[in-house]
Design a protein around this ligand. Structure first.
Ligand SMILES: Nc1ncnc2c1ncn2[C@@H]1O[C@H](COP(=O)(O)OP(=O)(O)OP(=O)(O)O)[C@@H](O)[C@H]1O
Ligand code: SF4
Ligand SMILES: [Mg+2]
Length: 332
């Protein structure tokens, strides 16, 4: 019998606390555990402030060193990213693990051409001539769906549209053929048609490169056609983890149900209003006092204000809720 391969990344009980003088510490992330295997796509979904970016920044060692306490572990190929030396982490970052951020302008160098920026990454990781690096850069731009890639190589970031800039960032991230790509809201600023095109291309690219993908987004619609497994975060904690199909077919956590109600469906009438989740992410309780989602939850029962729900197995998924939803959701 063949031995089961260990996951590529195994995050266990990750927590991040910010301390500022004169203020109570802020536990931005807590009890976050998930794994991702080779070639798998995982989604982390939640509204603004739920701790998605802080989770990814902690994994990449990008949080400030002062005033931040990171707990738990994140074993990448067996080695804990959270305990690695700066040098080792720098080596892994950009070679084995790459990241794409929401704002391409702040991630691209405004005074260096696109071609040079991609070639630099290729040359850092491969012994190639400038000509070979330029050829490979054009090939990558073509792969991410940029027309006339040769011409684009000599252009500067400000000459490109938002959609093209985001594609360039994806090309740069993939230039080192990473084993893991963390994409943090990579298409949020773009219009829906461009967003859909980029997501389709991203799915094909990670499949071709054999790259595992962590897709971070506030929009469940983004993970619908892309991710095998989805972790839904609220107020710094995972509240539901499930395979994509059962999650969409039957959300169990009231927050997941709310997120799903606010995703437009292709088959619904155009004028059918979407139902946003009542209240805002700031209407939360501290987890120490009960369920953080209680102030916004239509399923709340007395227990929700007396006890903190734990993330527990529930019919093939993980769920943090005393009174989960029953009944159907939608097919994806
Ligand atoms: N440097 C910091 N100091 C104090 N608190 C912080 C700091 N950075 C983030 N936080 C807090 O951590 C929480 C999680 O923030 P995070 O950026 O991870 O949210 P997010 O889920 O990525 O949201 P968005 O969808 O807006 O990007 C927020 O409540 C935020 O206020
Ligand atoms: S634990 Fe209670 S308040 Fe929290 S989501 Fe479940 S039902 Fe709602
Ligand atoms: Mg964020």
């Amino acid at each position: 019998m063949s031995e089961k391969k260990p996951p590529l990344l195994e995050v266990d009980d990750l927590s991040v606390t910010f301390s500022q003088r004169g203020r109570d510490p802020v536990e931005a992330v807590s009890e976050v555990s998930f794994t991702i295997g080779e070639g798998e796509n995982v989604g982390i979904v939640g509204e603004s402030g739920s701790g998605k970016s802080v989770t990814s920044m902690a994994l990449m060692g990008l949080l400030p060193e002062r005033g931040v306490t990171v707990g738990g572990s994140a074993r990448y190929q067996g080695k804990d990213l959270l305990r690695m030396s700066r040098r080792e982490l720098n080596r892994i970052r950009g070679t084995e693990i790459a990241m794409v951020f929401q704002d391409p302008m702040s991630s691209l160098n405004p005074v260096v051409t696109i071609g040079t920026q991609i070639s630099e990454v290729i040359k850092r990781h491969n012994r190639v001539t400038s000509k070979q690096a330029a050829d490979r850069s054009a090939e990558l731009l073509d792969r991410v769906g940029i027309p006339d890639p040769r011409r684009r190589l000599s252009e500067y970031p400000h000459q490109l549209s938002g959609g093209i800039r985001q594609r360039v960032l994806i090309a740069i991230a993939l230039a080192c053929e990473p084993k893991l790509l963390i994409a943090d809201e990579p298409t949020t600023a773009l219009d829906v048609t461009i967003q859909a095109q980029i997501l389709t291309q991203l799915r094909e690219l990670v499949a071709d490169f054999g790259t595992s993908l962590i897709m971070i987004t506030h929009d469940l619609g983004v993970v619908a056609g892309l991710c095998d497994e989805v972790h839904v975060m609220y107020a710094g904690r995972i509240v539901e983890s499930a395979d994509r199909r059962p999650l969409f077919a039957q959300p169990r956590h009231p927050y997941t149900g709310g997120l799903l109600q606010s995703v437009p469906r292709l088959d619904s009438p155009r004028d059918e209003p979407l139902e946003p989740i009542p209240g805002s992410p700031t209407d939360t309780l501290p987890w120490s006092e009960g369920c953080a989602f209680q102030p916004r939850c239509s399923n709340a029962v007395d227990q929700c204000l007396q006890q903190t729900p734990r993330l527990e197995p529930d019919d093939g998924r993980l769920l943090r809720c005393f009174n989960p939803l029953e009944g159907g959701g939608r097919d994806r």
